[in-house]
Design a binder for this molecule. Structure first.
Ligand code: TYD
Length: 216
């Protein structure tokens, strides 16, 4: 199938509580209203196998995973997601909007987890042919607002990764920004503060060139 009929692949990234899930759904609705066929997915997950790995990652058995095992499990989940879901959909002309993709591994495992970008990029090259989104939207919200949102959303409970220290999450946010600044064509940084509709309008502005007109 020629590139002309291939769907576009858009990823939302950012720390916990930045509004990725809400904005993923809103963008998918907006694209459908423009006549696109759209699938929404998430990571870790998106296929039965990857959802099973998600459980292992977020609720680890025993004492939890070491840094390398954790990175390999995310890469294995992504490999299945790309091969069985994302690539076949894009090839059929479907647009795919995902809540997190490989830049989460680069920011969490590579950045905050200390494994470095080269290791994560190598795993992605092996597992998923290095597939990149056509565009990655990084949602940013300042730390104080995030703490408040997460207390309201999770009531103090979180999974094995969400529950890591404030320093870890600060390192994640810093690495996301560094990745986005290093690749201005591949990323748009969007302010995630305000109402869901306000943020959605910023997302549409950020996508204007991909959508052809003024995006709205
Ligand atoms: P999820 O509940 O989907 O995240 P959120 O709180 O953003 O809604 O849980 C996914 C967790 O996994 C989240 O803490 C980020 C983490 N994660 C990684 O560490 N590396 C990755 O590659 C991915 C995709 C997620």
């Amino acid at each position: 199938m020629s590139d002309e009929t291939r769907g576009l692949f858009i990823a939302f990234e950012g720390g916990e509580g930045t509004g990725k899930s809400t904005q993923t759904l809103k963008l998918a609705d907006a694209l459908r209203a423009r006549g696109k066929v759209v699938e929404v997915t998430r990571e870790p997950g998106g296929t039965p196998g990857a959802e099973a790995i998600r459980q292992l990652l977020l609720h680890p058995p025993g004492d939890g995973w070491g840094a390398q095992a954790e990175a390999l499990l995310f890469a294995a989940a992504r490999s299945d997601h790309v091969a069985q879901h994302i690539k076949p959909s894009l090839e059929k002309g479907v647009w795919v909007v995902t809540d997190r993709f490989v830049d989460s591994s680069r920011a969490y495992q590579g950045g905050a987890g200390g494994l470095g970008d080269e290791a994560i990029t190598a795993l992605h090259a092996f597992g998923s042919d290095g597939l990149r989104p056509d565009l990655t939207i990084l949602l940013e919200v300042d730390e104080d607002r995030l703490t408040q949102r997460l207390a309201e959303r999770d009531g103090g409970t979180s999974d094995a990764i969400g529950g890591r220290s404030a320093d870890y999450h600060r390192a994640v946010a810093a690495r996301f920004r560094k990745l986005a600044e290093a690749d201005p064509n591949g990323f748009r940084i969007v302010d995630g503060t305000g109402t869901p509709d306000e943020v959605h309008n910023r997302v549409l502005d950020a996508l204007a060139d991909l959508l052809g007109q003024d995006g709205k």
